[in-house]
Design a protein around this ligand. Structure first.
Ligand SMILES: *[C@@H]1O[C@H](CO)[C@@H](O)[C@H](O)[C@H]1NC(C)=O
Ligand SMILES: *[C@@H]1O[C@H](CO)[C@@H](O)[C@H](O)[C@H]1NC(C)=O
Ligand SMILES: *[C@@H]1O[C@H](CO)[C@@H](O)[C@H](O)[C@H]1NC(C)=O
Ligand SMILES: *[C@@H]1O[C@H](CO)[C@@H](O)[C@H](O)[C@H]1NC(C)=O
Length: 599
């Protein structure tokens, strides 16, 4: 341990030394971040121009943080008028190229995961004395609606104050923008004055042009300049309950988020892990979150509480109505939850399924929420058997959501089990705000508005996911696809709720006002982005041929659209003879990792 920390301090010291050296001898004379959002599809370009102010050649670094949900789609370096473009290749192929480079003793760069929401892209290149280099990185993402808003997160950390720093964001939303807010550390202190928001009916522009001096003044900034995020949140107008359809160049996207419906009472069962590993802060935060969640239940909701270690304890055998008395009793039960014992996920979830299945479900939405921080260690511990048992018991009647607390959970297992049962898995990060993360997740599923939703597009093909078990207030259903016959004049969407056509809409596809010509192909990219995301997500559910086929399809699209996904890597060939770097997308929950070639 002592040796480790000594080595680590040395390493830190070395890094600080390197950084301060770089700071003196390189001048980042311009740094631009340019983000365009068209119908929730965000394309962000970061351009950094750097001069080597030293009288000899040296390595110059480019390091930026991008949202985890995004796919890098372009990287380019320009040195002395020559451009070097990154090329996206199948992972194995890229790896081979990288291995060859490593065996020749050259370095490799990577994207690594940092924190909850960001990934770190880092590369460096040798630049001759008094020469300049331009780095340009592009990434793309579809903004997801959560709790009634979209969030565009932009990180800026150029490592030194920059004479010419500009961030330009342009948001264009056809139905109009209902509200827009700019938050984040970069909007604190003196920097507030550097932000300008301009709004028109369907457009919003946010510019952030801090002076060199201002760049050292925000909460998280210092003598190394800007260091933090700008978070732009907004929502769009929803005049049309049928949703919004955008059509462009043979592709369409349908955003469906009706607000003209009333909530469905819900039956919710919380299955809470109280095994020994939940000890301390985790169990405290869980209790805190549960108490608040209970307070948020509506009177016509029904709820159940199950805690488990190697034994399963039910608060009550039946679901009870969320009356004041019942809630008070439940809260007393929650306050007494203590950690102990092992983890019997199988028995606990089956008890939850049984409880919810015995409750009448007519006109209500049922939801099962499992919170655990570990692997099954008691009762049935075979993961495949647990999944089979639970799938059979639930039988597609209601969704199971799994919350994995910390990094000791088998998150792949939780993801697979949730997806198999119509839900999603979410990681809860061990941190001071874990209780808020838990509550935030609950808030997203707190108000079910529609159940058993099918979307139909008679003129569409290659559709992304079209059936959803529940639609929650504040979220949004998104379907994209290709238009079968591009010469048709109109396009029809149909939303079927519980076997009854609820929303039907026909739009004219030849509306020239739809999409500005400069980003006509964004729709195709949006479709590709969503398709790849969903194909990759489904991988855990599929077997054999089907799994291979879908993987192949995801790879094909990743290559065609040059997305750095878990199946592809970006190979960057540098000016120095044969020097190659490979950028990979890190896996969710992966501890920061790095292949480093010998230098
Ligand atoms: C940002 O991107 C838009 C659209 O691609 C372009 O018109 C604009 O010139 C760019 N701005 C900067 C500062 O690069
Ligand atoms: C760079 O400048 C320093 C002092 O300014 C000098 O000692 C050194 O020889 C120069 N190096 C080259 C490669 O010209
Ligand atoms: C849905 O959420 C919005 C706020 O985001 C709220 O105004 C509305 O009342 C909610 N609808 C229902 C049915 O609760
Ligand atoms: C379908 O919905 C309409 C309008 O809400 C209603 O009048 C009709 O009875 C429903 N049909 C079925 C089969 O549920």
């Amino acid at each position: 341990m002592l040796i480790y920390s000594t080595v680590f301090s040395l390493y830190l010291y070395f890094c600080v030394l390197l950084m301060s050296q770089q700071k003196q001898n390189v001048d980042i004379y311009s740094f631009y971040i340019n983000s365009t959002v068209t119908s929730r599809y965000a394309t962000t370009v970061i351009t950094s121009r750097v001069a080597n102010t030293l009288n000899e050649s040296q390595g110059i670094q480019f390091e930026v943080k991008i949202p985890k949900n995004a796919f890098i789609s372009k990287f380019r370096m320009t040195i002395e008028g020559k451009t070097y473009d990154g090329v996206v290749k199948e992972k194995e192929e890229a790896q081979q190229q990288y291995n060859q480079a490593v065996s020749r003793g050259q370095s490799a760069g990577l994207v690594k995961s940092v924190g909850r929401t960001l990934e770190d892209f880092k590369t460096s290149v040798t630049v001759a004395a008094f020469s300049k280099v331009t780095f340009e990185l592009t990434y793309e993402e579809l903004l997801k609606r959560r709790l009634g808003k979209y969030e565009l997160l932009i990180n800026a950390q150029p490592m030194q104050p920059v004479a010419d720093f500009k961030m330009d964001v342009h948001i264009q939303e056809k139905p109009g923008i209902s509200f827009l807010e700019v938050k984040g550390d970069l909007s604190t202190g003196d920097l507030t004055n550097a932000i300008k928001i301009t709004r028109a009916d369907k457009d919003a522009w946010v510019t952030f042009y801090p002076t060199r001096d201002q760049q050292t003044t925000c909460r998280s900034c210092g003598e190394n300049g800007l260091n933090g995020d700008l978070l732009i949140t907004y929502d769009v107008e929803r005049q049309n309950p049928q949703g919004e359809v955008v059509v462009s160049n043979g592709y369409f996207v349908h955003y469906f988020a009706p607000s003209d419906v009333s909530r469905i009472p819900k039956n919710v069962v919380f299955i809470i892990d109280r095994s020994g590993s939940m000890h301390g802060k985790k169990i405290d935060q869980t209790r805190l979150a549960l108490l608040r969640i209970l307070s948020d239940l509506d009177e016509d909701d029904h709820f159940g509480l199950i805690t488990f270690d190697s034994e399963v304890s039910l608060w009550k055998r039946e679901l009870l109505k969320a009356t004041e008395t019942n809630l008070e009793n439940a809260k007393s039960f929650v306050k007494e939850i203590r950690d102990r014992g092992a983890t019997d996920i199988n028995a606990a979830v089956l008890a939850g399924v049984d409880m919810i299945s015995r409750h009448p479900r007519e006109g209500t939405a049922s939801i099962l929420i499992l919170l655990t921080d570990g692997d099954p260690t008691s009762g049935e511990t075979n993961i495949d058997k647990i999944m089979a048992n639970i799938k059979e018991a639930i039988g597609t009647k209601f969704p199971l959501y799994c919350l994995g607390f910390g990094y000791d959970v088998n998150f792949d297992f939780l993801t697979k089990m949730s997806l198999e049962n119509g839900g999603v898995a979410r990681r809860i990060y061990e941190d001071s705000d874990a209780d808020l993360q838990l509550q935030g997740f609950y808030d997203e599923v707190a108000v079910p508005l529609l159940s058993d939703i099918q979307l139909k597009y008679p003129g569409g093909t290659k559709l992304t996911k079209t059936s959803f078990s529940l639609y929650f207030n504040g979220s949004e259903i998104v379907v994209s696809g290709q238009i079968t016959d591009n010469s048709v004049e109109s396009f029809t969407t149909e939303v079927i709720k519980s076997s009854n056509v609820t929303y039907k809409d026909t739009i004219m596809t030849k509306d020239p006002r739809d999409v500005p010509p400069e980003n006509e192909d964004f729709m195709q990219r949006l479709w590709a982005y969503l398709t790849v995301k969903q194909l990759l997500e489904r991988q855990v559910l599929l077997k054999e041929q089907e799994k291979e086929d879908e993987k192949k399809e995801a790879l094909k699209l990743s290559l065609k659209y040059q997305f750095v996904t878990p199946l592809t890597s970006m190979v960057v060939t540098k000016p120095q003879e044969g020097e190659v770097e490979v950028a990979d997308k890190p896996k969710e929950g992966e501890e920061p990792s790095r292949h480093q070639g010998k230098n």
